[in-house]
Design a protein. Structure first.
Length: 63
């Protein structure tokens, strides 16, 4: 696996759709959902929690 430096990252193409290189896919943490989660909730130095649009309100308790 190639280690990206900051200058490498700047030269990467930026697709208008899809996920940028290096960006993790997250799944909604709502029980039984598992959709792609676009909403992340995290406090500093704590693990982040991810939810889809529909369940993003679930994440507010982690803030
Ligand atoms: Zn969900």
């Amino acid at each position: 696996m190639k280690v990206l430096t900051l200058s490498d990252e700047i030269r990467l193409p930026r697709p208008e759709q899809g996920t940028a290189p290096g960006v993790q896919h997250h799944s909604c943490e709502h029980p039984g959902c598992g959709k792609i989660a676009g909403w992340g909730f995290a406090k500093p130095r704590q693990p982040s929690h991810w939810f889809c649009f529909e369940h993003r309100a679930d994440g507010e308790r982690f803030l």
